[in-house]
Ligand binder design. Structure first.
Ligand SMILES: *Cc1c(COP(=O)(O)O)cnc(C)c1O
Length: 492
């Protein structure tokens, strides 16, 4: 299987190892596969009898055809091992007759980003060997909180790779900030910027397209690579857990073979939901993809009107990993529905005017598969409280946005199909807001919120978040977003 850029009408193609190493295409586009493998009924039945690492290696081997199955299986076994995921990699919990929560946050940083970032560094490591790379890969990450920590944990102390993470200084939770500031490892750097997530992401994108900077880095034996969800190495492993969840529902008898389910995803950069869409295109029986947003509802508007307009107020919410106005992976959906030429044109309009409008036929194609809803802050809190009190289900703030949107979808459509709701973070990662939503009073200051939430709900603090306040702070730099390149040079 080969890959090319979403914006390249000539379709210059590359192997997956090259694509994982590069991260972003030279023309600014995102890499997409040249065809989509299918997944047959027989294969799904076989997958039902497999462990998560085996399921992952099987699905990945359809896309990463320049890796052997044995290589992928070894990496998947190491990535999704019991030490990193003591409670299992992708747990499905039945909440009520319709709604199932797919908990993707039982990994080393308590967010779903671990599902991709525990495996991607291993894929990159192999990619460097496969492509004969002699230079050090420098990973640049812009994060709204969860990616940063998950990438740091995935890449720390890996030979031949260095990583630098930029996050918006006031755009992440206290726990997230503390998780990153206390990072260990001899090849890592963490830096806060004055600005929001889009400033951080634009800064990183700018460096990626700065030829002078890349030349200077190369002279010092560095090449750039990305760990953001624009990297195909992030996206491919996310297809796996939708297939896996479907198998688990078959195994438990909750569905019959061929029965279609809906999927609802709390969305930021559009990576996670796009992975579900790819699973559907492969043949997994998924009906609707419900795109859940918070007050930053640019995607809700896009899916209902066909106009994407980033010229709007940026809201800092209690679900900060979804506080995004430019959802980069949407470009991949545009490519799959409208082709390279139109995608390049829309992206140029977005860069220039901050908006674009898709044609009616493309909008109709997208609407066959996607519906968008959003939950404001008040509804998110009320839904969080209600799911806890009615069903005994404790969700984090991001998952609550999705639960709220799933219920809106049911109310609007009367669709009775089962819905897999992606649960993207441990409630303890956003303990202060989760506590307040249920207890109707603020938690104790700082990380006292974790203990408050544990006492209130009689649940255990997620293992990566225990004793966070006692760890040594290794990083406290804050810079202007214009100084990001300088920070990279200093780190180099
Ligand atoms: C990253 C993240 C999201 C958004 O996922 P995308 O793939 O960027 O759409 C949602 N919730 C949490 C907790 C996250 O960390």
């Amino acid at each position: 299987m080969k890959y090319f850029s979403t914006r390249d009408t000539e379709k210059n193609s590359f192997d997956s190892a090259v694509v994982i190493k590069k991260g972003l295409a030279a023309d600014g586009g995102l890499f997409v596969p040249d065809s989509l493998p299918s997944i047959s009924r027989e294969e799904i039945e076989k997958l039902c009898g497999m462990s998560y690492p085996e399921r992952a290696a099987t699905v990945l081997s359809k896309f990463l055809t320049d890796y052997t199955y044995e290589e992928l299986l070894e990496d998947c076994k190491n990535a999704y091992c019991e030490a990193s995921f003591p409670d299992g990699a992708a747990q499905l919990n039945k909440i009520n007759d319709t709604i199932y929560s797919l908990e993707l946050w039982h990994g080393p940083t308590a967010a779903f980003k671990d599902m991709a970032l525990q495996i991607m560094p291993r894929l990159l490591s192999r990619a460097l060997v496969k492509t004969g790379e002699k230079n050090t890969a420098l990973i640049l990450v812009a994060t709204s909180g969860d990616t940063g920590k998950a990438a740091l944990e995935g890449y720390k102390d890996i030979e031949g790779i260095k990583i630098i993470v930029f996050y918006p200084v006031d755009g992440v939770s206290k726990v997230q900030k503390l998780q990153m500031a206390t990072q260990t490892g001899n090849n890592v750097n963490v830096c806060a910027i004055k600005g929001n997530f889009d400033d951080a992401q634009n800064g990183v994108k700018k460096i990626f397209s700065d030829n002078e900077a890349k030349q200077k880095l190369l002279e010092n034996s560095y090449i750039l690579s990305s760990a953001n969800s624009i990297n195909w190495g992030r996206l491919a492993p996310q297809i796996v857990y939708y297939v896996s969840a479907y198998c688990d529902m078959l195994n438990s008898g909750d569905i019959e073979y061929g029965e279609t389910v809906n999927v609802c995803v709390p969305t930021g950069n559009f990576g996670n939901i796009f992975a579900a869409y790819l699973a559907k295109l492969m043949g997994l029986p998924i009906a609707k993809l419900i795109c859940a947003s918070n007050d930053n509802n640019v995607l809700t508007e896009f899916l209902s009107t066909g106009t994407y307009n980033r010229n709007r107020k940026f809201h800092t919410t209690i679900s900060p990993s979804m506080d995004i106005l430019i959802s980069s992976n949407l470009e991949r959906l545009l490519y799959f529905t409208a082709g390279s030429e139109k995608t390049a044109d829309y992206m140029q309009q977005l860069n220039k005017n901050g908006q674009y409008t898709i044609s009616d036929d493309i909008k109709a194609l997208i609407s066959e598969n996607f519906e968008g809803y959003f939950a404001n802050e008040d509804s998110t809190r009320k839904t969080l409280e209600r799911f806890y009190k009615e069903y005994g289900y404790l969700a984090d703030t991001h998952t609550s946005v999705a639960l709220d949107c799933a219920e809106q979808y049911i109310a609007k459509t009367n669709d009775t199909k089962k819905i897999i709701v992606a649960s993207t973070a441990s409630p303890y990662k956003f303990a202060a807001d989760v506590y307040e939503a249920i207890a109707h009073k603020p938690a104790s200051a700082d990380t006292g919120a974790l203990d408050d939430l544990a006492a209130l709900t009689n649940t255990e603090i997620s293992y990566p978040l225990r004793n966070l306040a006692d760890r040594k702070v290794n990083f406290n730099t804050v810079i202007e977003s214009a100084d990001m390149l300088n920070e990279v040079y200093k780190f180099m």
